[in-house]
Design a protein around this ligand. Structure first.
Ligand SMILES: Nc1ncnc2c1ncn2[C@@H]1O[C@H](COP(=O)(O)OP(=O)(O)OP(=O)(O)O)[C@@H](O)[C@H]1O
Length: 358
């Protein structure tokens, strides 16, 4: 991790906080006022606490996963980090800047990719969107050219530049969006579901680009996703949010351990058999010649596969990760409380805060 530099006279030179934190949230809250029609002329007012006293820091150059079930508060957090939404309480700084107060200044330093929406102009060829961004962000010509060339090469966009955005496939459009977010050399990239709906090859292309970007350019990355493989392949640190509260901050293996999660080995046998008897695993489902075996998430699947292959006529197999909802449900079942996570999140990020929640 790279420490930030000293603050300027106004304390906002943009290198981050005094302790090197590049993103800082201190008991940040977002409460929405929602009106619901309950009768012909009756409306009920209700408050939704989308983000509830969240505190964490991210150091410059870190790549952090931000996960949680639907409606947990992930997008709301990202919108506050970009300045689109103003927090209802707490303190938030990105590169020393208060996003809600200085959104335009911050925009020069951040890049955002929303997997479900595009920032590109729908009817224009891809290259025209980039030309417009060149002007909008006032990117110096040489830098624009250099960044564009790098993105076109690494994201394999050369054949797509003259294609109108509406004609691009989802995976092509996503690569186009990632390039658009990087033309102005942002120091931090927020990615909201960047691999949603992509096929295996497109996912792997996007992941390998992000890995290289982080390693070579030192870009800080905050990634929200429902795909645990994104986290597994990219992030050494993961934060879990649920009901607006930070439930966990540590490594992915630590999360599985904390949740006492289990992975599943799915085996296809040559023929229907009674439930397999394999040490270290238990059969949880049988459907014809296919059987599902649960085993502890912290353990490697290799010895288990060897044991099954030794004793039974194996045709095919796959390993399934628990989905995020299941992991979080396990955390609740294990008696986790948000206070455990918040208290333990005061470490220095990637390697400092791995711990169990129960
Ligand atoms: N503009 C808004 N007005 C009212 N409520 C909102 C608004 N935006 C979000 N919410 C509510 O805040 C909560 C958190 O929503 P948010 O979109 O941040 O969740 P999320 O974790 O990104 O979910 P998903 O994975 O489904 O995208 C939800 O209950 C949502 O309904």
């Amino acid at each position: 991790m790279v420490a930030g530099g000293a603050d300027g006279p106004d304390g906002t030179d943009g290198t981050g906080g005094a302790d090197g934190a590049f993103i800082e949230l201190d008991r940040v809250e977002k409460v929405f006022d929602v009106r619901k029609k309950t009768g012909f002329l009756k409306r009920e007012r209700r408050q939704v606490r989308a983000v509830d006293a969240i505190s964490f820091t991210v150091a410059r150059g870190e790549m952090v996963g931000y996960i949680g079930p639907n409606g947990a508060g992930k997008s709301t957090t990202i919108k506050m980090l970009t300045g689109i939404l103003t927090p209802s309480g707490g303190r938030l700084r990105v590169a020393g800047i208060d996003p809600a107060r200085e959104r335009t200044r911050l925009a020069q330093r951040i890049g955002v990719v929303f997997g479900q929406r595009t920032t590109l102009w729908w009817d224009l060829p891809l290259i025209d969107s980039y030309r417009l961004m060149h002007r909008m962000y006032r990117i110096p010509d040489a830098r624009y050219r250099e960044n564009l060339d790098r993105c076109v090469e690494l994201l394999e966009l050369a054949d797509l530049l003259d294609v109108p955005v509406r004609q691009l496939s989802l995976g092509q459009r996503m690569r186009g969006d990632i390039a658009a977010a990087l033309l102005h050399d942002p120091e931090v990239l927020y990615l909201d579901e960047p691999t949603i709906g992509l096929d295996v090859i497109s996912k792997s292309r996007v992941r390998s680009f992000l890995r290289d970007l982080n390693a070579e350019q030192g870009t800080t990355v905050l990634l929200t996703t429902h795909d645990l493989q994104d986290i597994e392949q990219l992030c050494s640190r993961v934060m879990v949010i649920d009901h607006g509260r930070l439930m966990y901050d540590g490594s992915l293996p630590g999360l599985h351990e904390a949740a006492q999660g289990e992975r599943t080995l799915v085996v296809d046998l040559e023929r229907e058999l009674p439930p397999l008897e394999v040490p270290g695993a238990r059969v949880v489902r049988v459907e014809g010649p296919r059987q599902w075996l649960s085993f502890p998430a912290g353990e490697s699947a290799a010895p288990l596969v060897a044991r099954v292959a030794e004793r039974y006529p194996l045709v095919d197999l796959s390993v399934r990760e628990p989905d995020i909802e299941a992991v979080i449900a396990e955390m609740y079942a294990a008696g986790a409380t948000p206070a455990d996570a918040v208290g333990a999140a005061d470490g220095d990020g990637a390697d400092g805060v791995e711990r169990a929640l129960s």
